[in-house]
Design a binder for this molecule. Sequence first.
Ligand SMILES: NC(=O)c1ccc[n+]([C@@H]2O[C@H](COP(=O)([O-])OP(=O)(O)OC[C@H]3O[C@@H](n4cnc5c(N)ncnc54)[C@H](O)[C@@H]3O)[C@@H](O)[C@H]2O)c1
Length: 336
Amino acid sequence: MEGSHYGTGYFSEMHLTAWREQKNAKVVSMCDLNYEKLVGRARQFGIPEQHLYTSPEEMLEKEQIDIIDIITGPESHPSLVKLAANAKKHMLCQKPFAVSQEKAEEMVGIAKNAGVRLMVTENWRWYPHLQYLKGIIDSDIVGNINFVKYLNNFYFTPLMNSKDIKQPYFKNMPKLLTYEMGTHWFDVWRFLFGEPNRLYAELKKVSPYIVGDDLGTVLIGHDDFHGIMEMSWASRRNLTTPKQEQLLIETDRNSIIIYENGLTKLIDQRGETILYNQIIKNSKLESFISLQRHFLSCLESGEEFQTSGADNLKTLRLVFSAYESSANKEVIRLPL
Ligand SMILES: NC(=O)c1ccc[n+]([C@@H]2O[C@H](COP(=O)([O-])OP(=O)(O)OC[C@H]3O[C@@H](n4cnc5c(N)ncnc54)[C@H](O)[C@@H]3O)[C@@H](O)[C@H]2O)c1
């Protein structure tokens, strides 16, 4: 299959590096409104000048492609999704998928009516440690869940007065952490534990260099258990290892703790660690290679994408509900 990129900014490098690892797909052309970024990325990945475009419409008119990888911000998604759908191209579209629930629903409808496939680039669930954890949860090792704690800490926004930020648009986003990163973490939550039926959130801005939220706690309820999602880009608790992800799952038989570096512990009733695993190859690139592989294999087989546009509506519902809950100090019942 041959594909094109919309967006050749900061994160397109990760996508292109992962596409190189796919045997049955290749990026052959690119489009960005910014010519400098377009040419720079094209040179880096060997895309010839005659396949570069600054007009999204022109690229679709001239290129014979099967798929489009959209790596632009959420404001631009509706127009690009519409263009690609009208041209009958299947799409992979970066998160956050949409600026609102209504825009997300509109795009899902457009793709459906055009008969094209649309998957949201939710790579987090494809991290090897979370795939490994999903295997444990789906096995008969784990008992009934009583409690979950999902922690994501990073020391980032208080340092945003620096000029070298790779994603400077973060500074002006009115919805920041829960929207930009919460989409990943809510998606992971749904992947591992299914659909919650209520949530309560407290979100906060800590850093003086941003306008949106960079700290949040969300209490998430299911029928038989509840959990906490703790998110921060302003936490100095781990200055030696600034980025940290941890998941704790307590069940009636055992507890599981898993860390971002792939270290997994299973603790039995006596409080002893009975399983200990360390995933060596645990990188963002791995998550992208697996995500693209899933996209391609579902296109081939006709199987539903795990994170189709329609599926992502449920993730976005959690994201926007967290903002609503925090603003009104109210529990939100789901689905709305
Ligand atoms: N999944 C992840 O782990 C992950 C990581 C980083 C960024 N992202 C997401 O990827 C998206 C892009 O992030 P980025 O850091 O690369 O942004 P960026 O600003 O560096 O790049 C975006 C590019 O899109 C181009 N663009 C905007 N509108 C366009 C249009 N209509 N047609 C063609 N090009 C257009 C811009 O000129 C820019 O070069 C964001 O939504 C971000 O949240 C996801």
